[in-house]
Design a protein around this ligand. Structure first.
Ligand SMILES: *Cc1c(COP(=O)(O)O)cnc(C)c1O
Length: 376
């Protein structure tokens, strides 16, 4: 039996969580939270990183920091998780969905400019499968039209674009440490702030509208309610769990890449014969093996092959139903231009088992059944 996902676990998580319990200090922003923030800042060369309770809450913080007004527009892909869109809806914006590129399933940078109106304030990109969007082009468009850029890098921790860590290129980056992601604390995330002018506001937003972060650093002698805010900081228990995995980040990354590369090699012949498509990694992108997907002819064939694999105890998953055709997508947004690829390509795609600990031998089993399905 080969599971679709097994949450990452190193073993050291237990020691670190025990330390937190023994210190009797389990609320947020303790030593492990600080260690996690610093780990990202150093490793990714990021200005400021703040651990949050989820990738969703990191996106919500980013959306609130964009300071949107009712009716402002945000350009984003329709092929993404609901949280990417929800964050901006909650901040009062209107969604303008842009088509994706069929090779990476990322927002098509050549279709962004046509979607810009006088109300556009933000471009929110999603680095699908941990493979970067065409950021040079996107940043140039944003600067030309005076727009902010939010990177949904939920899947992109440890990936880079032209040497820069995903999440550190736009104005804000958002990571997820949900149990389905490469590094996990159960539920959790982080906000990357790449422009210093937003740091103080972000800290206040995250700490219930107070300047408690400054107080904890000894910069003020009492803390007070300064602005609107909420609670976006995770417990130390979760941060300790994550930190154990950050210390092993290279080991986790290399193990995932070995599985990804095994799939890539094993399935190349089916791609060459025209049965399937496999992921494309553009020049300049290094990725974190978050996901290995294949694309088949159409939705009917996808249903058939997934069920065939399931009957052989190989578990796979598809996603996303494009947001613009979902009830909330219809209510809160519109698709700009023609849906050339979003729907068609999303219906062909499904994801193979991929997790820390999946061995190249496991990949051979998966590949064996995929071959058997097509070639008999
Ligand atoms: C996982 C994910 C999120 C949400 O992260 P949570 O930590 O589950 O809230 C947002 N966007 C994308 C693209 C994701 O893959």
């Amino acid at each position: 039996m080969i599971d679709f996902n097994v949450p990452p676990f190193i073993g050291k998580e237990l020691d670190y969580v025990k330390q937190v319990c023994e210190n009797h200090k389990i609320c947020g922003d303790g030593p492990f939270t600080k260690k996690c923030n610093a780990w990202f800042e150093n490793r990714f060369n990021a200005k400021k990183v703040l651990l949050t309770t989820s990738g969703t809450s990191a996106l919500e913080m980013a959306a609130l920091l964009c300071n949107l007004n009712e009716g402002d527009e945000v350009i984003l892909p329709s092929f993404t998780f609901s949280s990417t869109a929800n964050a901006f809806v909650l901040a009062g914006a209107k969604l303008v969905f842009c088509d994706v590129r069929p090779d990476t399933m990322n927002i098509d940078e050549t279709k962004i400019e046509a979607a810009i109106t006088p109300k556009t304030k933000v471009i929110c990109v999603v680095h699908y499968a941990g493979i970067a969007c065409e950021m040079d082009t996107i940043m140039a468009i944003a600067r030309k039209h005076n727009l902010l850029v939010v990177e949904d890098a939920a899947q992109g921790v440890m990936s880079s674009y032209k040497g820069k860590a995903l999440g550190t290129i736009g104005d804000f980056g958002c990571y997820s440490f949900h149990e389905t992601k490469n590094y996990s604390m159960g539920e959790g995330g982080a906000l990357v702030i790449n422009d210093e002018k937003y740091i103080e506001k972000a800290e206040i937003l995250r700490e219930k509208g107070t300047d408690r972060s400054k107080f904890l650093r000894g910069q003020v002698d009492k803390y007070t309610w300064k602005d609107y805010g909420s609670s976006y900081l995770p417990s130390e228990l979760n941060a300790a769990y994550l930190y154990a995995q950050l210390e092993a980040a290279d080991e986790i990354n290399n193990s995932r890449l070995a599985a990804w590369n095994a799939y890539y090699k094993l399935l190349a012949d089916l791609k060459d014969k025209g049965y399937i498509d496999i992921p494309v990694v553009p020049d300049g992108c290094s990725h974190n093996a978050h996901m290995f997907y294949i694309k088949v002819k159409n939705i009917a064939e996808r249903t058939k092959i997934q069920s065939y694999l399931r009957s052989n105890e190989v578990y796979t998953a598809f996603h996303y139903i494009p947001l613009h055709s979902a009830p909330a997508g219809l209510k809160f947004g519109r698709f700009d231009g023609v849906d050339e690829y979003t729907t068609k390509e999303s219906e062909r795609l499904f994801r193979l088992p991929m997790y820390y600990g999946l061995t190249p031998a496991d990949c051979e089993v998966v590949s064996h059944y995929i071959h058997k399905y097509f070639l008999g």
